[in-house]
Design a protein around this ligand. Structure first.
Ligand code: SAH
Ligand code: SF4
Ligand code: F3S
Length: 439
């Protein structure tokens, strides 16, 4: 069937999990565009509902089943409605989803969604479609060029997928497969297409983005190549592993004007015993030395991190080591999680800590991280920052954007600042955002 004979249809995509899923959802919507689909914000209007799912913690994975439950009545009313599950839960539990939820028509993993148009044909004919392969063909070769529609000023661009690190708690190496880097010329072309659609800031994505090796000089080499793209004003990248922070990348933080002074560099824990059990392959001391080196290259860098409390075997003393690492490093912002047992990962075999111990530790850790975040936010008052304005704020005449340090910044400004980088003097701070005046 040719693209043009496909009747217009509506697609509702709900995205869970990390930024890579946000990027994949855009690409899946574009792929289904060839079958006549346009996106809708309401599941009630949809001809197809696609849940792009996350498997990282138990709670994230459970959401899929409760969300599917909500569509039962809708599916009974509209027998032509097709329901699909994509993403990391699809990869990990594809067969199981089909068995537990007969209303699911389609299951597609993160490496095979370029096959969605053919799968859509199958489900329209009343078949079930399941594809959780790690195909030899590169999905990015099959996917269409980025749609030429007008975009907002910021975009994600996946440059690297998968992970070979096998941290003992983590499902990503199983759901996303081995580490693969996209060729640099394709990435640069995609960045140019995004800029032509109005994008000014690109965040390079990878489960282990700084392990990127598709360009000489690794991720730093790619960043320098993107630095030459006219019209691209800002570059960010996430998420990084401490062991892949090479000197060239650290140096780029000091010398590349387009590379923003923000770094998400998870350490997970501050006890060497726990880091070893997690298979992180570095010590707390090595991490702290690394941060010193990065800050020497870019003193004003805002640092973010991820922490897990209650990993199997974590004692009070181990937890205190994490607290003390946080005090040493000082994070501008961070994410923290209770350890969640993931089937198939090595840590799942180990005896688990009681929930109340984990809750207590999480509360203490989050209290400390919150204090540091407030100190960081407050320290911005009186300073000047550069803000890329993205959209109107909630109050009339107010526009919202991001500082170079990724703070959300509000300012009274005309609507034409959207898409522009403007200097702003910060006049007020709350725990999650800053307020200021255009200079
Ligand atoms: N690739 C990134 C992060 C991937 S997952 C990295 O290496 O840093 C994002 C975060 O989820 C992790 O950094 C970790 O803090 C958390 N996470 C992963 N698996 C988890 C689990 N089983 N339980 C709790 N948190 C987990
Ligand atoms: Fe998971 Fe570790 Fe890989 Fe990050 S580096 S994706 S935490 S296995
Ligand atoms: Fe979740 Fe998969 Fe991302 S498990 S965090 S959606 S890589």
């Amino acid at each position: 069937m040719s693209d043009t004979t496909d009747a217009p249809k509506k697609l509702y995509i709900k995205t869970y999990g990390c930024q890579m899923n946000v990027y994949d959802s855009e690409r899946m919507a574009e792929a289904l565009g060839s079958k006549g689909y346009t996106e809708t914000q309401s599941p009630d209007d949809a001809d197809m509902i696609l849940l792009n799912t996350c498997h990282i913690r138990e709670k994230a994975a459970e959401k899929v089943y409760s969300e599917l439950g909500r569509y039962k009545d809708l599916k009974a009313e509209k027998p032509d409605l097709k329901i699909g599950v994509a993403g990391c839960v699809a990869q990990a539990e594809g067969q199981e989803i089909m068995r537990r939820q007969p209303m699911v028509d389609l299951v597609v993993g993160p490496q095979s969604y370029h096959r969605l148009p053919a799968m859509e044909d199958a489900v329209r004919e009343g078949q079930k479609a399941l594809d959780t392969d790690f195909p030899e063909d590169d999905k990015f070769d099959t996917l269409r060029k980025r749609a030429k529609t007008k975009r907002g000023p910021t975009a994600f661009l996946t440059v690297q997928e998968g992970c070979d690190k096998f941290c003992a708690f983590c499902v990503v190496p199983y759901t996303r497969g081995a580490e693969v880097s996209r060729p640099a010329d394709r990435i640069i072309r995609e960045a140019q297409e995004l800029v032509e659609s109005g994008v000014r800031e690109i965040t390079l994505l990878g489960q282990n983005v700084n392990a990127y090796h598709g360009h000489d000089g690794g991720l730093a080499g790619l960043i320098w190549a993107l630095d030459k793209v006219d019209g691209l004003e800002r570059i960010r990248f996430t998420t990084s592993h401490p062991n892949d922070m090479d000197d060239a990348l650290i140096d780029a933080h000091g010398t590349c004007d387009k590379l923003m002074p923000y770094l998400h560099l998870p350490v997970q824990a501050g006890s060497d015993k726990i880091l070893k059990a997690m298979n992180r392959k570095h010590t707390a001391e090595q991490y702290i030395r690394l941060i010193e080196k990065i800050r020497a290259a870019r003193p004003d860098l805002l640092l973010s991190g991820d922490f897990i409390v209650g990993f199997p075997g974590e004692t009070d003393a181990d937890f205190e080591d994490t607290m003390s690492l946080i005090r040493d490093v000082h994070y501008g912002q961070a994410y923290s999680f209770k350890y969640s047992t993931r089937p198939g990962t090595p840590a799942a075999e180990k005896p688990q800590l009681p929930d109340d111990v984990m809750n207590d530790r999480l509360q203490k850790l989050q209290g400390l991280l919150r204090e540091q975040q407030v100190v960081t936010q407050d320290s911005m008052v009186g300073r000047e920052v550069s803000v890329l304005f993205e959209k109107p704020g909630r109050e009339a005449g107010q526009m919202i954007g991001k500082s170079e340090y990724l703070h959300a910044v509000f300012a009274h400004a005309p609507a034409d600042v959207i898409g522009q980088v403007r200097r702003v003097r910060i006049t007020s701070a709350s725990s999650n955002s800053l307020g200021g005046d255009l200079i």
